[in-house]
Design a protein around this ligand. Sequence first.
Ligand code: GTP
Ligand code: MG
Length: 308
Amino acid sequence: MTALDIAAQHFSTIAIIGPTNAGKSTLLNRILRQKVAIVTPKVQTTRSRITGILTEAPHQLVFIDTPGLFAPKKLLDRAMLKAAWDSLEMADIALFTVDASKDISLLEGFIRQLNQAKEHGLVPPVWLVLNQVDKVKQKEKLLLLAQSLSQQVQADQVFMISSTKQNGGVENLVQSLKKASKPHPWAHDEEEITTLPNKLFAAEITREALMFAMQNELPYVLSVETEQWEERTTPSLSIHISQVILVKTEGQKAIIVGKGGQSIKAIGQRSREQLSKLYEMPVHLKLFVKLAPKWDERSENLAEIGLH
Ligand SMILES: Nc1nc2c(ncn2[C@@H]2O[C@H](COP(=O)(O)OP(=O)(O)OP(=O)(O)O)[C@@H](O)[C@H]2O)c(=O)[nH]1
Ligand SMILES: [Mg+2]
C-alpha cells in the first residue's frame, strides 16, 4: 500500500447497542452481507462483543455488536452488560438500536443509564436506529416514536430500517456512517471480516443450534467450548471440530442428549450444516456434553467465551 493510499483512508468504530432482541446481530450480518453473529428469536442471544469489519475503500468501518441490555441477575449477566457498556468507550458512534414495534417505556432505565454515561463523557454521538419497521403498520406511530426517542437519547441522526430485508434501508445507514468517518489509517487487513477466532465462532454456531432446539431456560444455563478446530488437507480439504457443551445439572445433560442420543444428534447436524455452509467446506463435528455446575461463576470460563 502506498503512502498516498494510507493518506486517503477513512476509519471509524461503531458500537451497536440496545435492548435484547432489537435485531442488533441481524443488523451486523446485514451490513457485512455475511453471518458473523448468531441470531435467534430468543432474548439474550449475544453474550460477548462481536466485531465485524466492513472495508470498502477508502472506508473501513469496524462494528461492535454487543449483548443486549437487560436487568442483570448473575455474574454472567453483569459480564455481558459490561461488555456492552464498555464498547461505547471504544466507539466513534453508538447506534442505539431498538425494535420499533415494542413498547418504549421498557427502555426508560437504559436511556437513563445512557444519558448518565453521556454526562461523564463516556458515550460517543448517538444515532437512533429504529429497526423492525416492517412490523409497524402505522407510519404515523413510527414518526412519533422517532421524535420521542431521538429527543430522549439526544440522537444526532435517526434511521428507520428493517434488518431482515434486502432493501430495508441498511445501505443508507452504512453510507451515512462512511460519510461520518474521519481520515485515519485502517486498523485491519482488507480481507478481515471479524476478529472472532475460529474456535469461538464455531462454538457460537453450536450455541445457536442449541438455542433453537431447546425450550425455556435451558439455553441460558449452558455454554459451548471448542476444544479442537483443525483444517486438514488430506484426504481432502475439511475442518475437524470437537466441542463440549457445559451444563449445570444431570437433568440438563439428559435433555440435551435426548432419548437414544437423538436430540444431540439433531443439534450437531444443524451446527455442522451451518458451519459447512459458512466455511464453504466439509466440516466434521464431534459434540460432547460435560457437567460443569459452576461454569458461569468462574471468570476463566467467562474469559473463554470472550467475557471479562
Ligand atoms: N420482522 C423483523 N424481524 C427482525 C428484524 N431484525 C431482526 N429481527 C428478528 O428479531 C430476532 C432477534 O434478532 P437478533 O439479531 O438476535 O437480536 P439482538 O438484538 O442481537 O438480540 P440479543 O443478542 O439478545 O441482544 C430474530 O428472530 C430476528 O430474525 C427486522 O428488521 N424485522
Ligand atoms: Mg445479538
